[in-house]
Design a protein around this ligand. Structure first.
Ligand code: KIV
Ligand code: ZN
Length: 407
């Protein structure tokens, strides 16, 4: 049996903090219901001290989502912790998430506090959180740029005060996979009270400033982390957070080398991504893994030829696994005769060799001029080639009876 990795979704908190992604409480609730259907383990719904709207968003999600844990973020300050606990009051499975920065850079330039003060704040805030909510997570902000021994002592204080999840954020996306895995290993070995029997879960939270958020998260899982914090479409501060759909599919497709299970309903990945786009109005880049418009699209002639023979030639997962309708073959200037013929056959035309050659020359001239051709233009091209329309369109190739072709 594969070990389980818990999925902590922070789309509604870290994701929502990014410019262009803010959501109203009603929008948060709509997305939270979808996240629940996706099967995430924890929904971090907001930072209640940040604004009235954030408080209302957490409250609404806490009241409505009964099967999933709902988390609220708080700085290691009494007022923040009390406000987060209040917002979570109606939750069936509340989690209070307390954080404080531990790097010298943050202590000196942001908090203007000594190490001793940060240690004391950690213990006090986590103990207060624990007196209000049974499940407390502690995060050491900027952990990857912190002194390891100090970081370990802060985490030890958090555990002593009652935290049962310890999160090690790569807040500025600075780490690389080997180093991050090594840090998790070091902390597991050096922070007292965190053995498996102590009921403590190690968590990772990676930002994508160097494009390494997913790689770092997976490396950390290999080193013993059992909770991954991530967001839909990878949204989040600056370059974003680890993309949930990428973590999920890496664990699924490469379960031979990453033998860890999640409770996710994978076919909800694409619908969830689409819903986030609908709510925020921000589309994902076409080449985005798993959920981008081109993630299962093929235009090059050699690739289309392969796909028509077997989708295994150029796809490592089926689009249906992630809830997409199917792959798409896009007819463009890189497509070959074989692809054109397959599409025209699907449209109900039978072409001999010469007709196909005429149609292909005509088609290339059209796509050179306009980049794409519509179905109507393709029919006209077929007719000009002299091909006779058949009575019924032929069944299309591939894994479905629907069209594979984009027009
Ligand atoms: O990136 C970060 O350090 C965070 C913490 C508040 C968990 O988002
Ligand atoms: Zn973050």
């Amino acid at each position: 049996m594969a070990e389980t990795v818990r999925v902590f979704d922070t789309t509604l908190r870290d994701g929502e903090q990014a410019p262009g992604f803010s959501m109203t409480p009603a929008e948060k609730l709509r997305l939270a219901r979808q996240l629940e259907a996706l099967g995430v383990d924890v929904i971090e719904a907001g930072f209640p001290m940040a604004s009235e709207g954030d408080f209302a968003g957490v409250e609404a999600v806490a009241r409505a989502c009964r099967t999933v844990q709902v988390a609220a973020l708080a700085r290691a300050l009494e007022a923040d912790v009390r406000r987060a606990a209040l917002a979570l009051a109606a939750a069936s499975k509340p989690r209070l998430h307390v954080f404080v920065a531990t790097s010298e850079i943050h202590l000196k330039h942001k908090l203007r506090k000594t190490r001793a003060e940060v240690l004391a704040d950690t213990f006090k805030a986590v103990a207060l959180a624990r007196s209000l909510v049974a499940d407390v997570e502690f995060s050491a902000e900027d952990a990857t740029r912190s002194d390891r021994e100090f970081l370990a002592s802060v985490l030890e204080a958090a555990v002593a005060a009652g935290a049962t999840t310890l999160n090690i954020p790569d807040t500025v996306g600075y780490s690389v996979p080997s180093e991050y895995a090594n840090l998790i290993g070091y902390l597991r070995a050096h922070v007292r009270g965190t053995r498996a029997a102590d009921g403590v879960t190690w968590s990772v939270h990676c930002h994508n400033d160097l494009g390494l958020a997913v790689a770092n998260s997976l490396a950390a899982v290999g080193a013993g982390a059992r909770q991954v914090e991530c967001t839909i479409n990878g949204i989040g501060e600056r370059a974003g957070n680890a993309a949930l759909e990428e973590v999920a599919m890496a664990l699924h497709v490469r379960r031979d080398s990453l033998p860890y299970a999640t409770g996710l309903a994978l076919e909800q990945l694409h619908p969830t991504s689409q819903l986030l786009t609908e709510i925020t109005g921000v589309t994902v880049q076409p080449n985005k893994a798993i959920v981008g418009a081109n993630a299962f699209a093929h235009e090059a002639g050699i690739h289309q030829d392969g796909m028509l023979k077997s989708p295994m030639t150029y796809e490592i997962m089926t689009p249906r696994t992630v809830g997409r309708a199917g792959h798409e073959l896009v007819l463009g200037k890189h497509s070959g005769r074989h692809a054109l013929q397959a599409r025209l056959t699907e449209l109900g035309f039978a072409l001999d060799r010469e007709q196909l050659q005429r149609a292909y020359v005509d088609f290339l001239a059209a796509v050179d001029e306009r980049k794409a051709v519509t179905e109507r233009e393709l029919r006209a091209i077929a007719r000009r080639s002299g091909a006779a329309p058949a009575f019924a369109p032929a069944a299309c190739p591939g894994d479905s009876t629907e069209s594979l072709w984009a027009v």
